[in-house]
Design a protein around this ligand. Structure first.
Ligand SMILES: Cc1cc2nc3c(=O)[nH]c(=O)nc-3n(C[C@H](O)[C@H](O)[C@H](O)COP(=O)(O)OP(=O)(O)OC[C@H]3O[C@@H](n4cnc5c(N)ncnc54)[C@H](O)[C@@H]3O)c2cc1C
Length: 511
């Protein structure tokens, strides 16, 4: 069976499953997915979307696998994230960078859902800048390693049997690059910490995890022992594409609910759906679906055909997908009015879940800074890729012209040259992402008016970014803090919560 045909089978399965076997609202309220979902998904292959068939997976490839993720995200974003974290952050690095032994040992149970996977890189002192991690990996004689450090916000954490852990190679004090290991969570020295209470994604776990001198045998090293961040970076790229695909599915769901409400709800001027304000918002949401669909198709097709995709395209996915999803989720709640605020109506859960997308796998702001920096120092591969898009010939010079204008803004008083450079790179990254959206739409098959709207969005963003980089938005934080404290005080609540400490009289130990 072709990957497309296999995916086409899974989509009706998911729709039927969601109609009869899933209660996302209850799982969210209970803060836990029911176990049968994992068992059922495991049996259907959803935990091994890209794993080769001889290792127990479905071997779907990017495009077909993406269509399954998009459908799942339209049903339940938390569930899509659990499956996504497992497939991309848990399996992805082992599939691409694992040793033959690690693949043979770990992929069959992971692909069939008998073990869950995750990834741990974030630390208290290193989140949007993962290069700042302080966990260490010390090489031991004979090829083994010793890992030490503490990670936070590990998705699937306490449910996972395998976690890909990233640490800085430390040869007795001489610190080198960042390397990864597939670590079994039952290894001696792995201390599972508390579950972290999150705004959304409530039905899955995120944990703090400590690694206390955990010994890792040589075959569990991911990629090169020299540590050039390649494994982590590649894994993030693929996960960023996955987030854009999931965002597309969830935005379609928001649009579907808005269409229903707009057609049925009467306001004092008539049907809500006849309001130009409502239609303007819905149109922007549908436009974003069109842009993301084209963006994800261009990238997944190239990956399936093993053509190179410039790293910048994954940053564009991570910027546009989550930002468009947030716009759609916020508008869903807004246009449903009071009903949008009721937990029974799906919208609040979508809003809470969607909020993670702008933060996870690199927050939008840092993605823009990196994209802007890559545009400035780029090798030309990305521009070549853009020039091959429908509107590339027209858009690339427009992006460059806007970036030159941003780069020429003088440094505002109070900002160092470095801070101003960051601010300008952020602006350039934002313009590049918007420019890609424009380039993707410039073909005769684009829905009417969409190209003109993309051009207008680009020009408006250009004006706003020139204004911001000139320092017009800078604030005196001390003065702002003092004013606020004088107006509302400096309150910290200290009344203790529930007592969950195990009683000393019952604890194990000497009598
Ligand atoms: C529910 C959830 C699940 C997660 N799952 C995982 C997981 O499975 N594994 C894992 O390792 N991590 C995970 N994370 C961590 C996540 O990836 C980080 O929270 C994220 O990368 C941001 O890091 P931070 O929280 O330290 O933010 P900070 O680094 O403190 O950033 C704060 C803000 O400053 C902005 N900022 C930072 N630098 C710049 C700059 N140069 N210019 C402009 N703005 C800037 C950022 O955009 C952000 O808005 C998860 C997080 C959450 C909430």
């Amino acid at each position: 069976m072709t990957p497309g045909a296999k995916a086409a089978e899974l989509i009706p399965f998911l729709r039927d499953y969601a109609s009869t076997r899933l209660n996302s609202r209850l799982a969210d309220a209970r803060r836990c997915l029911p176990p049968q979902v994992v068992l059922d998904f495991g049996r259907r292959g959803l935990f091994g979307l890209r794993v080769p068939r001889d290792l127990g997976g479905l071997e779907l490839g990017w495009r077909a696998g993406g269509s399954v993720v998009e459908q799942l995200a339209a049903i339940d974003l938390t569930l899509a994230m659990m499956v996504g974290i497992h497939n991309e952050l848990g399996i992805g690095p082992i599939l691409r960078w694992g040793t033959a032994q690690a693949k043979a040992d770990l992929l069959p149970p992971l692909a069939t859902g008998r073990m869950l996977g995750g990834l741990a890189i974030t630390e208290d002192g290193a989140g949007s800048n993962p290069h700042a991690i302080s966990s260490t990996a010390l090489p031991l004689p004979g090829g083994a390693w010793r890992i030490r450090g503490e990670k936070i916000l590990v998705g699937n954490g306490s449910w996972a049997s395998v976690i890909n852990v990233f640490a800085r190679r430390d040869d007795e004090g001489s610190r080198k690059g960042i390397i990864g290991f597939a670590v079994m969570t039952d290894s001696a020295g792995v201390r599972m910490g508390p579950e972290m209470m999150t705004l959304g994604m409530r039905a899955i776990v995120q944990n703090r995890i400590r690694f206390e001198d955990v010994r890792i045998e040589a075959p569990r090293l991911l990629g090169s022992p020299d540590g050039n961040f390649e494994v982590a970076e590649h894994t993030f790229q693929m996960a960023r594409l996955g987030l854009a695909i999931a965002a597309t599915g969830a935005i379609k769901r928001c649009a579907q609910l808005l269409v229903r409400y707009g057609s049925r709800r009467k306001i004092w001027t008539g049907p809500l759906g006849k309001s130009t304000v409502f239609c303007g918002a819905l149109r922007a949401i549908l436009d974003s679906v069109e842009i993301l669909t084209r963006l994800c198709s261009v990238v997944t097709e190239a990956l399936d055909q093993e053509r190179p995709v410039p790293a910048e395209m994954f940053f564009v996915c991570k910027i546009l997908g989550p930002e468009y999803l947030w716009f759609a989720a916020d508008n869903l709640v807004q246009w449903l009015g009071g009903r949008g605020y009721l937990e029974s109506n799906e919208a609040p859960q979508i809003l809470r879940d969607a909020r993670l997308f702008r933060i996870f796998e690199g927050p939008t702001e840092t993605m823009k800074v990196q994209l802007g920096s890559m545009w400035q120092s780029g090798t030309g591969e990305f521009r070549k890729f853009l020039l091959a898009l429908p509107g590339g010939e027209e858009v690339v010079p427009r992006i460059q012209e806007a970036c030159d204008e941003i780069w020429a803004t003088p440094s505002p008083p109070g900002l160092s040259l470095g801070q101003h450079a960051f601010s300008r790179r952020h602006a350039i990254g934002a313009l590049v992402a918007e420019g890609v959206a424009w380039a993707l739409l410039a073909d005769p098959a684009s829905p009417s008016g969409l190209l003109a709207r993309a051009q207008r969005n680009f020009q408006e963003l250009r004006r706003a970014e020139v204004y911001r980089t000139s320092g017009a938005a800078l604030l005196d934080l001390d003065a702002a803090g003092q004013k606020l404290a004088s107006e509302i005080g400096d309150v910290v609540q200290t009344l203790p919560g529930e007592d969950w400490v195990y009683n000393d009289l019952l604890a194990p130990g000497s009598q």
